[in-house]
Design a protein around this ligand. Structure first.
Ligand code: ADE
Length: 232
């Protein structure tokens, strides 16, 4: 069982997201447990303030450290990353993190039992969060979102579908794009001839050796055309 605790100022944003498809199935099967928590729940003041102006001046607001430290301490059992259990990861979603890859998703699905996701907001998060609490700072790509929430959903989806038993058959994550550093080969279903666009004959041949060879070549060819950077 893998548990996700998501720390956010918009817990409602996640309400229905986890009720569809593979994530819903994985939850129903007891493979994963997911909860989104309102950061304001760890504020002590009357107005539940979670942000403040940056020291030194400048535009925008910065998420304060105290509520985030208190929330992480509750979920991870400690307020310093050295003191977490070995299978606990505290992840800050931010455009400054390392870019999420299939390999990081695989690492998390294999090695983590508890993942705490901190959704950044506004102009930033007090640096002491990254210094003391965060085990992994992760970006989902080189562009700026208005907050970490969509990134948290992307990361969670990529990890949950790799949990053993989450997909229909155990092998379906093995032969897909990126699993060998290549894009997946083209896939076809019926009809074999659609408005004159024909499925490659080899796929209808029943010759499994030939089909495997064709798929390998087609995957290489597609990767060369669409994502040559993956071949380097
Ligand atoms: N927050 C803002 N932009 C982000 C990105 N690209 N990835 C993760 N979190 C973010």
């Amino acid at each position: 069982m893998l548990r996700f605790d998501i720390i956010t100022i918009f817990p409602e944003f996640f309400r229905e997201i986890f009720d569809y498809g593979i994530i819903r199935r994985a939850r129903a099967a007891g493979l994963v447990e997911i909860e989104a928590h309102d950061l304001r729940g760890w504020t002590a003041d009357k107005h539940h303030v979670v942000d403040d102006r940056p020291f030194g001046g400048g535009d925008g607001m910065v998420l304060k450290p105290e509520p985030i430290f208190a929330a992480v301490e509750q979920f991870a059992g400690a307020a310093r990353r050295e003191d977490y259990g070995a299978q606990t990861r505290v992840i800050l979603l931010s455009p400054q993190g390392r870019v999420l890859t299939q390999s990081l998703a695989g690492d998390l699905s294999k090695n983590a039992k508890h993942i705490v996701l901190i959704c950044g907001r506004y102009e930033g998060v007090d640096e002491r969060v990254a210094e003391a609490l965060v085990t992994d700072e992760v970006s989902i790509g080189d562009y700026i979102l208005s907050g970490g929430e969509p990134a948290a959903i992307v990361l969670l989806d990529a990890v949950v579908r790799l949990l053993p038993g989450a997909l229909g058959s155990e092998t379906s994550a093995v032969n897909e794009s990126f699993s060998e550093g290549l894009l997946d080969c083209p896939q076809y279903t019926r009809p074999p001839d659609f408005h004159g666009m024909r499925v490659p004959d080899v796929l209808l041949s029943g010759n499994h050796g030939e089909i495997a060879r064709w798929r390998r070549e087609a995957a290489l060819d597609k990767t060369r055309r669409k994502r040559p950077d993956l071949l380097k």
